[in-house]
Write a protein that binds this ligand. Structure first.
Ligand SMILES: [Zn+2]
Ligand SMILES: [Zn+2]
Length: 236
């Protein structure tokens, strides 16, 4: 059985309906290769006051062009959606917001991603972002506020850039959730993260971070071990 088999045309309606309801990392190869999908559309929706940083979105796009085979292109569309009345959301509520608002679904040769910026916190605090389904991630706006553009904090562009790239890398199967380990670098105490503190996939990247970690000047990149995992699964 080949895992590179193309998807038959008659299956496309099924894909559109259910494709986005799989676990994180299960579409890793579909992101990394052009076997099933040749282009990528990223739908970003945000609540009032939390329009995504334009530079961070551009950085995300460049990052994805660096690692994915998408000859048909990568596009990003942004749209404001109504505020949430709750100042903190559960993951079930996040999923409900996506269900009520998402308009871009994977079909034909185009893979789609949904990224939500909320106007509040995650219910348990701490979390800046979270990848929760195979093509879905959320950034918690109030927590971004608390952790950027302040003394001893990153500027907003840099914080959003690293959180966006980190969450999307979970969708690409890192670490060991769809792109298999090529070397022993998984942080077993903090599932699906990398043990290398300098790596984009270090676990503190998507939680509230210590100032010393945040103040590193350059944006973290994927280390050699994570890059190798992506390449082994068909990525650039
Ligand atoms: Zn993470
Ligand atoms: Zn790594």
């Amino acid at each position: 059985m080949s895992c590179t088999k193309s998807i038959a045309a008659e299956d496309q309606n099924v894909i559109e309906k259910n494709y986005h309801l799989q676990r994180v990392g299960s579409s890793a190869r579909d992101f990394l290769t052009d076997e099933n999908f040749t282009s990528l559309r990223i739908e970003v929706q945000y609540m009032p006051g939390y329009e995504p940083d334009a530079k961070a979105l551009l950085n995300l796009k460049y990052f994805l062009y660096d690692h994915l085979h998408k000859p048909g292109g990568i596009s990003i569309v942004t749209k404001e959606i109504p505020s949430s009345a709750d100042s903190s959301l559960t993951m079930q509520e996040v999923i409900g917001i996506e269900k009520a608002n998402r308009t871009a679904f994977t079909k034909n040769k185009e893979l789609t991603v949904y990224i939500l910026y909320t106007n509040g916190y995650y219910i348990e605090g701490q979390m800046l972002g979270y990848a929760y389904l195979n093509t879905s991630a959320v950034l918690f706006g109030r927590n971004l506020d608390d952790n950027s553009n302040k003394f001893k904090k990153l500027n907003r562009s840099d914080l959003e850039t690293r959180v966006l790239q980190h969450e999307v890398c979970h969708l690409l199967g890192l670490v060991n959730v769809g792109s298999a380990l090529q070397s022993a670098h998984k942080d077993d105490d903090h599932g699906k993260h990398c043990i290398n503190k300098q790596c984009l996939m270090y676990f503190l990247t998507d939680t509230e971070e210590s100032p010393s970690f945040l103040l590193r000047k350059t944006n973290p990149k994927l280390d050699a071990a994570c890059l190798e995992d992506l390449k082994a699964n068909g990525g650039k």
